[in-house]
Ligand binder design. Structure first.
Ligand SMILES: [Zn+2]
Length: 199
């Protein structure tokens, strides 16, 4: 597995292959691939797509385990409104929104900036919102082994907004809870603190 880093280097052979296929897709869609504004689009699109799926093979648990500190803090830690951008695996269209994460430490805390990074790693793959929620939850639960962990994601899906039913104002909420958060009282406290109407 590659260590996590901002992904700016691309496998050039893979990039060339994707570029060529984008060129035929754009032609099939009815465009003139030699038009000035389009001529470099296959390459740009290949790079963009590779960046947006650069979370494959990145070990998210390594991000957390590299920044764990021994600490006797036993209260809820919440990071809310984490921006999230992902791609739906059914249509290859974006879905985006916010993630809210909470955990109750069990002897260890983690550097706060690492939680958004975990969100990025799992978001930069072809996803469904349900699995994205689960991936983040399980990664934190298995690595940090906290007394409890909670993840709520609220997202808008371009595949719903731009096509088909065109429900432009609908958002989808998914959630997962482990440990202490499986108890109503703790879960409701968290939901209240993030201002969610799930409680
Ligand atoms: Zn979709």
């Amino acid at each position: 597995m590659r260590p996590y880093r901002e992904f700016e280097e691309y496998n050039i052979e893979v990039q060339e292959g994707i570029k060529d296929r984008y060129k035929s897709i754009i032609a099939d869609l009815g465009e003139d691939v030699n038009r000035e504004g389009i001529v470099k689009t296959p390459e740009r699109a290949a790079k963009a797509m590779m960046y947006l799926t650069s979370g494959y093979d990145v070990d998210a648990s390594e991000i957390l385990s590299g920044a764990m500190f021994k600490e006797d803090y036993n209260e809820m830690v919440i990071v809310k409104n984490i921006e999230l951008y992902s791609l739906c695996e059914h249509h290859l269209l974006p879905f985006f929104g916010k993630a809210h994460i909470a955990y109750i430490p069990n002897g260890h805390i983690v550097g706060l900036s690492k939680l958004p990074r975990v969100v990025d790693v799992f978001s930069r793959r072809l996803q469904v919102q349900e699995r994205l929620t689960h991936d983040i939850l399980e990664c934190i639960n298995n690595t940090l082994k906290p007394q409890g962990v909670a993840v709520v994601i609220e997202a808008s899906h371009m595949c719903m907004m731009m096509r088909g039913v065109q429900k432009q104002n609908s958002t989808t909420t998914t959630s997962g809870f482990r440990g202490q958060f499986e108890h109503n009282e703790t879960r409701n406290e968290f939901l209240k603190l993030i201002g969610s109407d799930l409680s």
